[in-house]
Design a binder for this molecule. Structure first.
Ligand code: 6GU
Length: 273
């Protein structure tokens, strides 16, 4: 996969040289390039922002440097990137614009984007990028404004670190044991079960006995129930979406204990619970 990141703070992306993603780049699994937006300005002061039409606080990123930068990175894509049928976006690179006003980035989005040939991240700062850049870019890219969640960051860079890590670890060969991608939070619409390691007793706290029992059926059941309990407590919003139709029959009782009924394959919180 090819990833281009355009930012006025390229140094902000330095952590992408570390750990799993850094290794993936060294191993040639990920061709990631960071570009300085100011390199695409033409004035002496390398200006990237200006005051907003209509008034208001803050500054808006000017369209010209963005068009220059995005044209350059779209043209610089790898030879096979435009091969028809190879990508989910009909050969166009995907332009991801981090913004609290974007659609929500989820594990499902990460899986979707991991199938693409080229991703371009356009890091806005200040109040954002002139809207016409996104309209113009739609001729050359599949444009996707994306938000990590309902809070505001100062710019897209930190969000790009998160999204590139979430996507990069799904690329073939990046995570050593692909099994570890199967049983993790959000892979099945639930939060992950709690985990323990040695010693079996620590500061008067024992590891749940079932995990030492060697009974793999019982262990799997305990872990599923812990996922339900934890999700009900911390993220009840996930249970509304959860497909309860594929639940083991006996697990309906576990949900009943948590105050949920299974109705038409969906979990419904009992009014009295
Ligand atoms: Cl993706 N960008 C910015 N600037 N702020 C955010 C965000 C993204 N997600 C949540 N807040």
């Amino acid at each position: 996969m090819r990833i281009d990141v355009v930012s006025i703070f390229p140094e902000y992306l330095a952590p992408l040289e570390l750990s799993l993603i850094g290794k993936a780049r060294q191993d040639g699994l990920l061709d990631l390039r960071v570009h300085d937006l100011r390199e695409f300005t033409t004035d002496r002061h390398r200006t990237v922002d200006d005051t907003p039409y209509g008034g208001g606080a803050g500054m808006v990123m000017k369209p010209e440097p963005w068009a220059q930068a995005l044209t350059a990175v779209a043209a610089g894509r790898s030879e096979d990137a435009g091969a028809p049928g190879a990508s989910g976006s009909a050969g166009k690179p995907v332009l991801i614009v981090p913004s609290p006003a974007g659609e929500r980035f989820t594990q499902a989005t990460a899986h979707e984007l991991a199938e693409e040939d080229q991703l371009v991240f356009a890091c806005g700062r200040y109040e954002g990028i002139d809207e016409r850049v996104l309209e113009w870019a739609a001729d050359h890219f599949t444009v996707r404004p994306m938000s990590l969640g309902d809070y505001v960051l100062n710019g897209g860079e930190v969000a790009v670190l998160a999204m590139v890590e979430a996507i990069g670890r799904l690329l073939p060969g990046v995570v050593g044991n692909p099994e570890s991608l199967v049983e993790e939070s959000h892979s099945d619409g639930l939060l992950e079960y709690p985990v323990y390691t040695k010693p079996s007793s620590w500061r008067d706290r024992d590891v749940p006995a079932v995990l030492l029992s060697g009974n793999h059926g019982k262990i799997a059941q305990w872990r599923r129930h812990e996922q339900y309990r934890r999700t009900a407590e911390r993220r009840p919003d996930l249970l509304v979406e959860f497909d309860a139709g594929k639940l083991p029959r006996a697990d309906g009782a576990a949900f009943a204990d948590l105050g949920y009924d299974v109705v038409d394959g969906h979990l419904v919180r009992r009014p009295d619970a």
